[in-house]
Design a protein around this ligand. Structure first.
Ligand code: ZN
Ligand code: ZN
Ligand code: ZN
Ligand code: ZN
Length: 712
């Protein structure tokens, strides 16, 4: 590439000859030309030089020999970009597909020095390790897949933040998934949110990585008084902070540049080990199935325009739509889509005009039913057909029948339709609709729960770190909204003075009642003196998933006898495996091991009468089920053998060994007598013993919790 193209800081340039509107055959400059926006044909210059001298038609620099001619940057661009690309954007010497996004909101960063410095450095330090191809290769190696049985790996390159088509792909350092971000979306997000929050939580379901977007937490007051210089300095730190947490994926960028500028769909090429656009090729030429189908439906169109030209028009118009302008810029639309984010609904994925399965789900700005969509290419192709054949008519949306424009020729399609960002987030995760019913189940409730688990929760480790005593008594086991509902998935109300808890299912029901519009309607979950006056307007800062309580509830639910308890104690240890429900509040019945507990509270004679004593050892050498626990077990190639385990039930230590169960019953009885209250002592009540019995299947229940010791 002509080294001078590095001088272009930020500009959009055409790849075409402005006069012919075609690509140059051999784009050339003189070695002294400094302009990037135009060049000339080499042949013309050669002719001029044959007649002594050639002057550049743009800057009049002379060329007197062939050595004075150099290749224009377009020579490389023609190789790097898709045949349909007409305009490109150059940022600090990096040439990418043209950005059509809102300049003020997404592109102005590229005119500011620190952004440009960081942008350049990001490209310089880009490593292959963080590229999508190497992520895929690593995963394939770890799976050790049979080379003859390779499944097609598809990848949809839209931004995890705002679902626009990615132009410059960047990855948060540490993310292990293929999905990544569009750089302008991240910069814009930082610009609008850094004063409110220090981090952007990665949006990929199941990923809890995050990106620091502010160099300090602005919500906490700074001691230094504000000045314009300081503001500027802080901004520079913030830009540096963001860039230090991301890396550019050059492999994906190469694939995106080569692909059609409106295309999302890529696949992994096993042979070349690279990521490539997933397109349909017929007779050596690209043929989009949606556009082809519309074209074939209209013989009248075929006599007026060639398929190639028709396809090209549609793909050009699709670029702006995939960059998401309408949805991002229109507040009402944005809100309408946001209100559907957590609903459950079914979408028929059969495209209305072509009967093919929708891949780019769009609808018009006037469509009211968000459960209905059609494919972007099908819609645009239909508009182009009508424009060509019936230019004097208006245009009505095939989905909702609203008139979008009175005169189709003046209609700008990128102002009429938008891609559904909710659908794009999930429709590629479960693609079972591609065969059979063609119905896509949008599971908003499940996605919402996943978001709580990924991003909106009090982490177990943080909760435990704040405990002074790791034994916690959980007293609220029923939902604050629905008093009959036992809490299963606890959401804690952070600003409630008594920290009341709502079950996720009831919470979701409450959202349904107000049509998910908690911005407009009052969402009040707790009726306490504080909460009843402050409706919840945002989840952040208000409602969090309680990971530690969830763990405790889960363990509790596995203990048959405690299913109906109204409170319980839980002992938190470093790991979930070691942590346990403390069984001190209820007697265990119907279980293989029955411990008759020392009576608590007021003791009377009847409580103590039938407690009999014996030495607590039961010979289990013949108990087949018990012995099976101690056999060798293979886990991932390692051999394990259970050496033994210990349990504490109601103050009685029970030691399970291969030979049998040892319980310190005697000791426990003595302890109870020692601690018995003085009144009882006076009446000479004396506990004479307790018994340990084997019944039911507590051993089977506990199997999942055994810890294994590696056999020496
Ligand atoms: Zn020139
Ligand atoms: Zn991630
Ligand atoms: Zn419509
Ligand atoms: Zn409250």
């Amino acid at each position: 590439m002509n080294p001078k193209s590095h001088e272009v800081i930020y500009d959009t340039l055409s790849l075409l000859n402005p006069i012919t509107k075609l690509k140059y055959i051999n784009p050339t400059l003189t070695k002294d030309c400094l302009h990037k926006n135009a060049c000339f044909e080499r042949d013309e210059a050669v002719k001029g030089i044959e007649n002594n001298i050639y002057y550049c038609p743009h800057c009049s620099k002379p060329a007197t020999s062939l050595n004075d001619l150099v290749a224009d940057w377009r020579v490389n661009a023609y190789k790097e970009f898709n045949e349909y690309a007409e305009d490109v954007t150059v940022i600090s010497g990096v040439v990418v597909n043209k950005y059509t996004r809102n300049k003020k909101r997404y592109l102005e960063f590229f005119t500011q020095t620190e952004y440009m410095n960081q942008f350049k450095q990001m490209f310089e330090r880009a490593s292959k390790d963080s590229s999508i191809s190497s992520l895929i290769q690593k995963e394939l190696e770890s799976k050790q897949q049979n080379l003859n049985n390779q499944q097609k790996i598809n990848f949809w390159s839209f931004c995890l933040q705002d679902r626009v088509k990615i132009n410059i792909p960047v990855r948060i350092i540490g993310c292990k998934h293929y999905e990544c971000y569009e750089i302008t979306s991240l910069l814009s997000y930082q610009d609008q949110n850094k004063l409110k929050k220090e981090f952007l939580e990665c949006n990929q379901p199941g990923c809890s990585n995050r990106l620091k977007i502010a160099h300090r937490d602005y919500t906490k007051q700074s001691n230094t008084p504000k000045s314009p210089e300081l503001d500027e300095q802080e901004k520079i730190f913030d830009v540096q902070t963001l860039f230090s947490g991301i890396c550019v994926d050059k492999d994906l960028l190469t694939a995106i540049k080569k692909s059609n500028p409106s295309s999302y769909k890529f696949y992994y090429n096993y042979i070349d080990k690279i990521i490539q656009e997933d397109i349909r090729i017929v007779n050596g030429k690209q043929a989009d199935p949606f556009i082809e189908k519309i074209y074939q439906q209209h013989p009248d169109l075929q006599s007026k325009v060639s398929f190639e030209d028709f396809q090209k028009q549609i793909q050009q118009q699709a670029i702006a739509i995939t960059q998401g302008d309408l949805l991002q810029e229109t507040k009402e639309l944005n809100k309408q889509v946001a209100l559907y984010k957590y609903r459950n609904y079914t979408v028929n994925m059969k495209d209305k005009l072509t009967q093919l399965t929708i891949e780019y789900p769009i609808r018009c700005r006037l469509c009211k039913d968000l459960k209905v969509c059609m494919d972007m290419r099908s819609f645009i192709a239909q508009v182009n057909y009508k424009k060509k054949m019936f230019p004097k008519q208006g245009y009505t949306c095939p989905l909702c029948n609203s008139q979008l424009n009175q005169n189709i020729t003046s209609m700008n399609i990128s102002k009429q339709i938008y891609l559904d960002s909710n659908m794009l987030s999930y429709m590629f995760k479960d693609m079972s609709y591609t065969n059979g019913t063609q119905n896509f189940e949008y599971k908003g409730e499940q996605y919402m729960l996943q978001e709580f688990l990924d991003r909106q929760k009090i982490k177990r480790e943080n909760y435990i770190a704040k405990l002074t005593d790791r034994k916690v008594l959980f007293k609220q086991l029923f939902c604050i909204v629905n008093k009959d509902k036992r809490i299963q998935k606890p959401l804690i109300l952070q600003n409630c003075p008594v920290k009341n808890i709502v079950d996720f299912t009831s919470f979701y029901e409450e959202l349904k009642k107000i049509d998910f519009d908690y911005e407009k309607e009052d969402l009040i979950l707790c009726k306490c003196s504080v909460c009843s006056f402050i409706p919840i307007k945002t989840f952040v800062g208000n409602i969090y998933f309680h990971e530690a309580f969830y763990e405790a509830l889960n363990k509790l639910s596995k203990i048959e006898d405690l299913k109906n308890c109204t409170e319980f104690s839980y002992q938190f240890e470093d790991t979930e495996l070691e942590s346990k429900v403390l069984n001190n509040r209820a007697a265990t019945t119907n279980s293989k091991i029955k411990v008759v507990l020392p009576p608590t509270g007021v003791r009377d004679a009847s409580n103590l009468q039938n407690v009999t004593g014996e030495e607590g050892f039961l010979d289990l050498m013949d108990d087949e089920e018990y012995q099976s626990i101690f056999r060798k077990t293979e886990i991932q190639g390692f051999e394990f053998r259970t050496q033994g385990l210990k349990q504490n039930i109601g103050g009685i230590e029970i030691d399970y060994q291969q030979q049998g169960i040892k319980a310190n019953v005697k000791e426990a009885v003595e302890k109870i007598n020692q601690n018995a209250n003085q009144d009882l002592k006076r009446f000479q009540f004396n506990v004479v013993g307790m018994s340990v019995e084997l019944k039911g299947d507590i051993l089977r229940q506990n199997k999942g919790e055994f810890s294994y010791n590696i056999k020496q």
